[in-house]
Design a protein around this ligand. Sequence first.
Ligand code: FAD
Length: 384
Amino acid sequence: MSNQSTYDVAVIGAGVFGAWTAWHLAKRGKRIALIDAYGPAHSRASSGGETRIIRMGYGADELYTGWSKRSLAQWKEFFAVTRQALFLESGVLWMAGDEDLRLRQTIATLKRCGVTFEELDRATLEKRFAQIGFDGVKSGLYEPKSGVLMARRAVAAVVEDAVRHGTEYRCAQVLRPTGSGRVHEVATSDGEKIAAEQFIFACGPWLGKVFPDVLGTRIFPSRQEVFYFGIPAGDTRFAAPALPTWLFQEDLVYGMPDIEGRGLKIAFDEHGERVDPDTQSRIVSPTMTKMVREYAARRFPALKDAPIVETRVCLYENTSSGDFLIDRHPELENVWFAGGGSGHGFKHGPAVGEYITGRLLDGAPAEVRFSLQTKETTQNRAVF
Ligand SMILES: Cc1cc2nc3c(=O)[nH]c(=O)nc-3n(C[C@H](O)[C@H](O)[C@H](O)COP(=O)(O)OP(=O)(O)OC[C@H]3O[C@@H](n4cnc5c(N)ncnc54)[C@H](O)[C@@H]3O)c2cc1C
């Protein structure tokens, strides 16, 4: 990357949001610099996990159902063109107990949006998924066409393809832009200057650290612990297609089948404590380990004594509502934020990149839910 060049757009952050943004802009023939402090979907990034769910169900929320649909089509097309098998159509099973309002809302939304799904009663659930313990579950909804993205590798693949289309990628930490009005260049921690017409900061949980004055209290990075349980030798009941990806909203818990032999994944979706992305511990806590062990035994009786074979600590980058933050900086006219994935953003990477590209190049209308002005300084989660 030469320091004399002026790029059309500098994208800072090569997680799923930044990678797809660079990709869409590069496909439109723009000169793009993509810069990440550690590398695409590295271990500390929100996009850095092995796997992420892509599902269409969002309760009554048609905006994200629509975006999931658009994004799944783009992911599949991208994998087909680049000849990579990084989407697993495991199916996604929603389970509901007494509080089934969200399930009913999801059914209505999926019908309106033309998404294929099946409604399952308790007897059918038990017959079809005998390896699941349905304690507290009354009914289910099954999305057969949804599933799992191989997250970290998918982001690396998008960056690689963006580079093939002319994006210049480099590993560097970009320093906070200063001043007001128009930004002409940003500096990196090793003293390089990167000049561009537009700057998009897709810095995930670091957004609040890069822009402490504007986002320090509006992005809530939370610590999320993920567990993988070892499957009994030779047992195929816990891999797809026998076991789908699943979610049980009332317990704020989700899991995935055994993929590539890593074990059955389980995690709680409740927001963990607020943390600093650079200094937080990446080792799971004894309290959460105990809770997840108990949950695994309740939901999967055959895994009662299964060993934990892997753990991860990852970060959500929550906004107050769970709506994304994709908007201009309030004072720096050519600086944009793209973040606030809030624990559900990964699947939407393609649509996020497309949206920003439309706003930058085509003057596409802004979605008010993504605006900075709708982001509060206290959390009141509305998107799940
Ligand atoms: C445990 C867990 C489970 C999840 N499950 C799902 C799921 O099943 N489905 C789903 O859709 N979503 C899920 N999510 C949410 C999803 O992963 C995130 O919303 C998404 O990955 C956010 O991507 P991002 O590009 O905004 O951030 P990141 O991936 O964090 O990328 C930001 C990048 O910016 C870089 N950066 C920051 N500051 C600088 C700087 N100053 N200079 C240069 N580079 C910088 C960082 O190094 C980083 O690579 C989950 C998240 C977690 C943590």
